[in-house]
Design a protein around this ligand. Structure first.
Ligand code: BG6
Length: 526
């Protein structure tokens, strides 16, 4: 039995609105091919690309073959296998802004479904600019491509972030969508939730009994979440990014989702609604570290020009399609608190940025030091005091790359004295499993086809996230508030370090072996 037979995706035509873009080429088609190849996608499921550019089915198939060869983790074994897959690929030319074109699209979809002996169940994937979401859904609805709610046909609509640019616009989008779709027909993608290591946070917490009792204010000193990227603003994204910034682009969604999974209570059932209810409660309990003065708990940074590995790299203001006087943040750090029974008083430090030393996403939970310092001596440097030789126990989820979970603890260094040596115990995915990790989009697309919305953001979650972020957005969007500059290849501006230093904390150096060795974390235990 192939893996795929364990899970049945419903029979549904996959319609990609905006199929000539990067998302379709790099993520969607490679993910669909991998699903098909592993037996998760039924053989009668057609995939229809819809876009304005003139193209034949044949040309679309050829393009997608190249994309799959380039971007898919699994390749076709033979010409015959590719042809088997490619026969379900179709392309339909549509001007997405012309409502008459949707009637022709309807006819085409019905013809294809007839040929494949498929019911008119459809998944519409909005691989389009956010400004087109509502008009396209409206046109689909008017043309009868999204039937009335009492219809037997299963219709699911997938949308990509950004879901609005603040609380008000997000509420507007949700209200408009709810005129045409029920909440359970809407799948808001946050690709972080499709990452294998992110899904494992819940399993690690609630599938083991030894860690969960420690994850609360009695034992945890603070938590750090880092989503760092080494790249700048690539692929002509300058215009989008300059309207968005690090706060909207990554913190409001990916970072807050990580925070919710780590902070939430165990759900009563492992079901979408139960899990999303618990995540929502985390967002509702979130409070800034220092409510009155925003500058004390949120720091904005922008990378300047400089050198990385001996090569000159442009500053943010010199990036393609970025205004030369932009005050947009490419880095954000924040201290937040989750004001509930479990976490009251525990700082959660969040940061994300571009042009940092390496691409790494991790969550580090730092536990309290033992109550008595029987070993080692305390030394202070400025505000920061350290027990020489000792490191607090730290549990680290390395989300990417080199996916792993590690635990740092102290041991006695062999010898005639009691000297502390921090060591690390690590579970690394590539050592424990001989199969590669599936791509986030594979899991997410399959879940849409199965009608499982666990890994998608519900509208109330989304609003709660915007509600929390809104005051910070207002400050960052104010052109009078300048971000602090940081050099490329560093972990952000000085203000980010000061944010932690005022609580006697400092950022852990995340990432590679080399970086961690510098942080004094100690050797790995093998
Ligand atoms: C996207 C952001 O949502 O996430 C990008 O728009 C960012 O700016 C990307 O680079 C990071 O995703 P990943 O999976 O590479 O960590």
């Amino acid at each position: 039995m192939s893996q795929g037979q364990l899970y049945h995706a419903s029979d549904s035509t996959i319609v990609i609105m905006g199929a000539s873009g990067d998302l379709t080429a790099r993520k969607l088609l490679p993910a669909l091919f991998a699903l098909w190849k592993e037996g998760f996608l039924a053989d009668n499921v057609p995939i229809v690309g819809v876009a304005r550019r003139e193209k034949s089915d044949e040309a679309f198939r050829e393009e997608m073959e190249q994309n799959i060869l380039e971007h898919c983790r699994i390749k076709p074994d033979s010409r015959q296998e590719w042809n088997n897959f490619a026969r379900r690929l179709f392309y339909h030319v549509t001007d997405l802004t012309d409502s008459d074109d949707y009637l022709l699209l309807k006819k085409r979809l019905e013809d294809i479904e007839f040929e494949f002996n498929m019911p008119s169940n459809r998944m519409y994937y909005m691989a389009i600019a956010p400004s087109l979401f509502l008009p396209v859904v409206e046109s689909l609805h008017t043309a009868g491509l999204i039937p009335d709610r009492d219809s037997d046909e299963t219709i699911r609509v997938v949308i990509e972030k950004p879901f609005g640019r603040d609380l008000e616009s997000a509420q507007h989008i949700s209200q408009e969508l709810s005129r045409m779709l029920t909440e359970d027909q809407i799948y808001r993608i946050d690709h972080y939730l499709g990452k294998e290591t992110v899904q494992n946070i819940l399993l690690f917490r609630f599938g083991n009994s030894i860690f969960e009792p420690l994850l609360n204010r009695n034992h945890v000193d603070h938590v750090q979440i880092t989503v760092a990227e080494s790249q700048g603003i690539e692929g002509g994204r300058g215009a989008y990014y300059d309207k968005s910034g690090a706060l909207r682009d990554v913190l409001q969604n990916h970072v807050l989702q990580l925070l919710c999974l780590l902070g939430m209570e165990p759900p009563a059932l492992f079901r979408a609604e139960a899990i999303r209810d618990e995540k929502l409660k985390v967002l509702q309990a979130m409070a800034p570290g220092h409510p009155t003065d925003l500058s004390k708990w949120a720091v904005a940074g922008q990378f300047s020009e400089g050198e990385v590995d001996g090569e000159h790299v442009p500053g943010y203001r010199q990036e393609d399609r970025v205004p030369p006087n932009s005050t947009r943040e490419t880095f954000v750090a924040m201290e937040v608190k989750i004001d509930n029974w479990r976490w009251a008083g525990v700082p959660f430090y969040l940061r994300t940025g571009k042009r940092m030393p390496e691409r790494v996403t991790e969550i580090a939970i730092q536990f309290k030091l033992p109550p008595l310092h029987l070993f080692g001596t305390v030394e202070c440097e400025g505000d920061i005091c350290d027990l020489v030789g000792a490191r607090p126990n730290t549990l680290v989820f390395r989300i990417q790359p080199k996916e792993a979970i590690s635990l740092v603890f102290s041991t006695k260094r062999p010898g005639m004295q009691y000297q502390i040596q921090p060591v690390r115990m690590e579970f690394a995915y590539d050592e424990a499993f001989d199969q590669g990790l599936p791509e986030a989009y594979e899991r997410l697309l399959l879940d849409v086809l199965r009608g499982d919305s666990t890994l998608f953001t519900r509208s109330d979650e989304l609003e709660a996230a915007w509600q929390f972020i809104d005051p910070v957005l207002k400050k960052f969007d104010d052109p009078a508030s300048e971000p602090e500059f940081y050099k490329p290849g560093t972990w952000g501006p000085e203000g980010s370090n000061k944010l932690l230093a005022r609580n006697g904390h400092r950022w852990r150096v995340p990432g590679s072996e080399h970086n961690r060795a510098q942080s004094g974390e100690g050797k790995s235990l093998k």
